[in-house]
Design a protein around this ligand. Sequence first.
Ligand SMILES: CC(C)(COP(=O)(O)OP(=O)(O)OC[C@H]1O[C@@H](n2cnc3c(N)ncnc32)[C@H](O)[C@@H]1OP(=O)(O)O)[C@@H](O)C(=O)NCCC(=O)NCCS
Length: 149
Amino acid sequence: MNEIMIVPMTEEHIPAIAELENQCFSEPWSEKALAEELNVPSALFLTAMIGGAVAGYMGVHHLGDCAYVCNVAVFPEFRRRSVASALLEAHMQRAKEAGMSEISLEVRTSNAAARTLYEKFGFEHLGTRPKFYRSPEENAEIYSLYLNK
Ligand SMILES: CC(C)(COP(=O)(O)OP(=O)(O)OC[C@H]1O[C@@H](n2cnc3c(N)ncnc32)[C@H](O)[C@@H]1OP(=O)(O)O)[C@@H](O)C(=O)NCCC(=O)NCCS
């Protein structure tokens, strides 16, 4: 199996990541929205590469002492090969180095794959935001991982 490489997102990756967004989400981020993140000082977007192809990505905003996860997605053909885990580990490392104390995120209540991933990494379930998502309307579950514990 080819090795997973985690690198900073660049303009070159954006068409593939926009396609991934289209495949995964009902309100996908556009190429323009992704490109704008390259100029946001608080944004850290990482791409996972396998054999020269974009396998997945994960974007985070560092706000105060909290790293807030904007999105994570992996192409179906690369799932269950620890790509999301590698992205999360890379963000955990960078958040610790930047002095963050917490990684926080929301996830659709029905998204069992993502919830299992976060729980495996020790994220704590803090509560529910009713009707947080649209298309379709659904509650969000709030999770945080405390980095100094
Ligand atoms: C959620 C997602 C990012 C996981 O990516 P992935 O690269 O397949 O995840 P990993 O291989 O690192 O999985 C790590 C662990 O998460 C859990 N997990 C991942 N996918 C799972 C699934 N479909 N069912 C149950 N558990 C799952 C498992 O515990 C897994 O460990 P294991 O393979 O040793 O059992 C991927 O399914 C995806 O892109 N989904 C669509 C987009 C999405 O929902 N993003 C999250 C938005 S909050």
